[in-house]
Design a protein around this ligand. Structure first.
Ligand SMILES: Cc1ncc(COP(=O)(O)O)c(C=O)c1O
Length: 350
């Protein structure tokens, strides 16, 4: 697999910034190399020293959790940083294009627009599966990235694995990016386990969902080591702050929180779906492999506004093609879900 063909030449040849913490990696000594403040930070903990630019402590833990090696892991300031860097690494405005399969996560489109990259959209089918033929017809020699999101946001379902294999095996001019932000809620195995077989695949995951660390901003991309090296070359040198590294390091030592969260959220999802099923004004509850459900309601926007009036906030997806009159509902705590059901019943009985 020759990555060079998929990477912009100026990125391939880039001489990256070499930070103080790149040049001296030791932890002991008198540090007069990075223009830091030697006195501390003026808060109870000291954050005056620059953090590890390659976040090795966290990567060692993640490699064990995800069954891969540290050199297959890139860490970004949220998955959104990885999405942006992938575009900047491989696409030249006015030349290359990316393929998206809407309805899907909105940042692929926004990031492409910021980078002024042509987006080719091949809609999902009515049951929210990939239009494999349509995608294959849309790919040309300038297609550099194909974004697949499974389980998909906002629809909640996983994509058929066989379709993903077909696309990986047929797409020869760029990378297949599989966004697995919600994989922890699914019984589907991660494509991380298939990276050795498919070096053109990039898997994205995040600590923002099942791990409960959205505010720390820690997104992950898993890929072939040479691709990870390129991403590390173009990222801002200290893209993951020291506080985030320290807290994530502690959080990853406690797998039971994430496992218990997933178990409870999935049980609540089943309970919520069961309660909603008895409401006749609900047209469809779509199957979910994630920590949210997409629901097709009668008068969805009116209902959405009614819920907001009671300070219950959901995500109205009614303006999104193929999600007309649908609301995306994150699974909350048991009492929050009960309140939601009560308000929906109240709305339709008024
Ligand atoms: C499919 C998908 N990918 C990525 C993200 C963003 O993750 P992060 O918080 O790591 O930027 C989201 C957030 O909602 C998402 O739905």
């Amino acid at each position: 697999m020759n990555f060079e063909n998929f990477i912009l030449p100026h990125i391939w040849n880039l001489k990256p910034y070499s930070s103080a913490r790149d040049e001296f990696k030791g932890k002991e000594g008198i540090f007069l190399d990075a223009n830091e403040n030697p006195l501390g930070s003026g808060v109870s903990e000291n954050w005056n020293r620059y953090p590890d630019p390659l976040q090795l402590g966290i990567k060692e833990q993640l490699a064990a959790i995800k069954s891969c090696s540290t050199n297959q892991i890139f860490l970004g300031n949220g998955s959104d940083e990885a999405i942006d860097l992938l575009m900047r690494m491989s696409c030249q405005s006015g030349v290359h294009n990316i393929i998206l399969c809407p309805p899907t996560y909105g940042m692929y489109e926004v990031s492409a627009s910021i980078n002024h990259i042509e987006q080719r959209k091949v809609s999902l089918s009515k049951n929210y599966q990939l239009d494999v033929e349509g995608i294959l017809q849309t790919i040309d020699q300038n297609t550099r990235l194909l974004f697949l999101c499974s389980p998909n946001n906002p629809t909640g379902n996983k994509l058929k694995r066989l379709d993903i294999y077909t696309l990986i095996e047929s797409f020869k001019t760029g990378f297949v990016v599989i966004d697995e932000a919600y994989i922890d809620f699914s019984d589907e195995p991660s494509f991380i386990l298939e990276l050795a077989k498919y070096p053109q695949v990039i898997v994205m995951q995040t600590l923002s969902k099942a791990y409960g660390l959205a505010s720390l901003r820690l997104g992950m991309a898993f890929a072939h080591p040479s691709l990870i090296q390129l991403l590390n070359k173009i990222k801002p040198p200290y893209n993951i702050g020291g506080a985030t590294q320290e807290i994530v390091f502690k959080a990853l030592k406690n797998p039971s929180f994430k496992n218990d969260s997933v178990r409870l959220i999935l049980a609540e999802r089943t309970r919520l779906v069961d309660s909603l099923q008895n409401i006749p004004d609900i047209i469809q509850i779509y199957p979910s492999d994630a920590n949210f459900i997409l629901v097709h309601f009668k008068r969805a926007t009116e209902l959405f506004n009614y819920l907001i009036e009671s300070q219950l906030i959901t995500r109205n997806r009614s303006s999104v093609a193929l999600c007309e009159d649908s609301i995306r509902i994150t699974i909350g705590l048991s009492e929050e879900n009960d309140k939601l059901v009560q308000l929906i019943k109240q709305f339709y009985s008024a």
